[in-house]
Design a protein around this ligand. Structure first.
Ligand SMILES: NC(=O)C1=CN([C@@H]2O[C@H](COP(=O)(O)OP(=O)(O)OC[C@H]3O[C@@H](n4cnc5c(N)ncnc54)[C@H](OP(=O)(O)O)[C@@H]3O)[C@@H](O)[C@H]2O)C=CC1
Ligand SMILES: O=C(O)C1=N[C@H](C(=O)O)C[C@H](O)C1
Length: 246
């Protein structure tokens, strides 16, 4: 059966790539390409809406899709617990509808988060460095924030104390953003696409996990997994790892 797909943010860097990937998939039909200022209407009669827009717009877009019984696959960043709760409330009135929100659709990035969560309990120190193209509007990246939160949760579960840090005075920002107790540093550099390093330290050793997306095509296999499966996963799912049974 063909799945009809609407792309929101279709003129953006990710949206253009998603339109190409959907166009090239024999089992998918690209029925709507919508961008800022467009009336979302009935989303072109889509079964699934894919959202790569901006943090300020994505919640409204998802609520619009849910209100029409259209499943949603969302890569846009800027989600916090309050916004996720709004999605859950909207879904309560549309029990058959599925929403997948994933901060990163690159398989290597999903694995990096998983490996980071596994490694966290063995190390005294952990920090995250994310590196992106300079047109990115948010910092830290959604991926880095999720990685930091997964590390923090694993550290708490293992009963680890705060990582040692004797810094008494520093310039603003020098120690990065504090995400659930894990320092997260953001680099913006021409030439980059999307990259992340997770640094772990213990006495006498370090472990570095690194993932690089050199091209936005790297996100497409994950997006298509989302599009093909969201219809059979009602409710809200956060993270592509759940669709991969990791
Ligand atoms: N989960 C993942 O794997 C990935 C997630 N991302 C995230 O995806 C998002 C988009 O990234 P990127 O493509 O680089 O950004 P872009 O700025 O290139 O694209 C966003 C597009 O959305 C449009 N837009 C703005 N508001 C609306 C609206 N209300 N409805 C429809 N379209 C709208 C923008 O139009 P205009 O420019 O006119 O405002 C623009 O064309 C970011 O949050 C980014 O972090 C990025 C890569 C991978
Ligand atoms: O804006 C981007 O480019 C990216 N955004 C996502 C994020 O904030 O984590 C995913 C990836 O890092 C690329």
């Amino acid at each position: 059966m063909t799945i009809r797909v609407a792309v929101l943010g279709a003129l953006g860097r990710m949206g253009r790539e998603v339109c190409r990937a959907v166009d090239n998939a024999p089992d998918l039909d690209l029925v709507a390409q919508l961008d800022a200022g467009d009336d979302l209407g009935d989303l072109g009669g889509a079964d699934v809406a894919v959202d790569f827009t901006v943090p300020d717009a994505t919640l409204g877009n998802v609520q619009h899709a849910i209100s029409r019984g259209v499943h949603a696959v969302v890569g846009t960043t800027g989600w916090d617990e309050g916004r996720l709760d709004s999605v859950r409330s909207a879904l309560a009135a549309a029990p058959g509808t599925g929403v997948l929100i994933a901060p990163n659709f690159a398989l290597g990035a999903v694995l990096t988060m998983k490996f980071a969560a596994e490694a966290a309990r063995f190390y005294e120190s952990a920090e995250v460095v994310e590196l992106h193209h300079p047109n990115k509007v948010d910092a830290p990246s959604g991926t880095a924030m999720r990685t930091a939160r997964m590390i923090a949760e694993a550290r708490r579960d293992a009963g680890l104390p705060a990582a040692p840090d004797a810094t008494e005075s520093s310039m603003d920002g020098a120690r990065g953003a504090d995400v659930d107790g894990v320092p997260v540093h953001a680099v913006r550099l021409r030439g980059l696409v999307a990259h992340e390093e997770v640094l772990f330290g213990a006495v006498g050793e370090t472990l570095t996990l690194r993932h690089d997306s050199f091209d936005r095509v790297s996100f497409m296999p994950g997006v298509l997994i989302g599009v093909r499966n969201v219809g059979s996963r009602p409710g809200l799912t956060v993270g592509l790892d759940h669709y991969l049974d990791l």
